[in-house]
Design a protein. Structure first.
Length: 98
């Protein structure tokens, strides 16, 4: 059985040695070794407790996933969201999400 998948090329401006091609469909065969990024290769560094962003905590406290996704969209495109969705923008500001 053969799978065909579209690929996404990672921006290589910050990558010195290799260019990685990441298939959208998961593959069981990798042509290059997978190694962690340098900042995550220390082992214990990933266990340090970082205080969460309070705006993100408020966003995640919204119980309805559709509403939560809508508020998340407002944070991604603030200029457009403020114009197109003034009521929702005001609600998100009042909740402390924005």
């Amino acid at each position: 059985m053969r799978f065909v998948a579209a690929t996404h090329r990672v921006n290589t401006l910050g990558i010195d040695t290799d260019r990685y091609t990441i298939p959208y469909a998961l593959s069981t065969r990798l042509e290059k070794p997978v190694v962690p990024l340098p900042k995550f290769s220390l082992g214990d560094a990933t266990k340090y407790d970082v205080p969460p962003n309070p705006k993100l905590v408020k966003l995640l406290s919204v119980s309805d996933p559709l509403v939560r996704g809508g508020y998340a969209w407002l944070t991604l495109f603030p200029a457009a969201a403020k114009k197109l969705y003034p009521k929702e923008w005001a609600e998100a500001k009042e909740m402390g999400i924005l």
